[in-house]
Write a protein that binds this ligand. Sequence first.
Ligand code: PMV
Length: 350
Amino acid sequence: MDNVTTAIGTPNMALIKYWGKRDTKLILPMNSSVSMTLDEQLNTKTSVVFSKKFEEDRVYINGALQDLANSEIGERLVVLNILREIANVNVKALVVSENSFPTASGLASSASGLATLVYSASKALGLELSAKELSIVARRGSGSACRSVMGGIVKWTRGVKVDGSDSYAEQVAEPGHWPELRDVVVIFTESRKKISSRAGMKQTVQNGILYKSRLDYVEGAVNRLVNAVKKKDFETLGEITMRDSMNMHATMLDTWPPIMYLDDNSKDAIYRVQELNQSEGKIVAAYTFDAGSNANIITLSKYVGKVRKTFEGRDSVKSILELKMGGGPRLLREKESLIDKRRMVPLGAD
Ligand code: PMV
């Protein structure tokens, strides 16, 4: 106890999306999904300390103390209780977390935040959990977070057991397997999304008509994508990625009332990528969209220049990032801590 740990972790970009839960408490998904863990250009840094001196859990995100009783963040902190149970301790925590990118704007901040919290807190408690165990805990905070506790290409298997013990993430390929793979993130907006993924997927499961056919197709697509990754077959990966993004957004359009995260900028991005692929005579770039309008263009290093040229200089484009695959969360040194160890408060607090 009283051991301050600081970790850095990153978002992941789903190539086959998780959309819909079969158990909302345990966060068990309706379908398996596959993602690419991103490098540290977009990151979350989280310092954690557990101490008998604390009377309650306190969580600061980007400098603001969170109201844990009345917020979605409070629900997500079930991960701290699970870790305390595993460690068999009952001590409260101070958590100080900073995102290098906007929260809830479709840039997977919850995945990055929860995966880094679980990693950092497990170390602060002196636990040595396997990647599989970490993913099962992170899943309880945010489904997609279970894929960010490890690097490279990651598959989250849906599982069938009611206790969720077979619903966890596994690495399909290390970042070094396909170092040329890139995610070019085209940011149109940094504002918060209108409807959370949690609420959006709940509604889709409840009353979507097309949603049922998504479930028929998706497990086969996951297997084909995993094979494409193993063979480094970009064209197959690209087609599966684009089709799955469109399929997920189609299931949302079809719910009542309809949910639309894609806007005119997203649609324009789809056409531009299509034109680029047509002019190259093959798939060299693949668009994918999470619960937001920002575009993620999956491509290979040799085509990044062409993808950038497609978007650069346009009024709608706020910024463009070129991300590689990342290695998953890791510990940082003591001097990078966000907690003042002597006073046990966030660094820089009065
Ligand atoms: O884990 P959540 O609740 O943030 O949901 C993530 C849903 C998508 O980002 C749209 C898809 C995915 O698999 O990451």
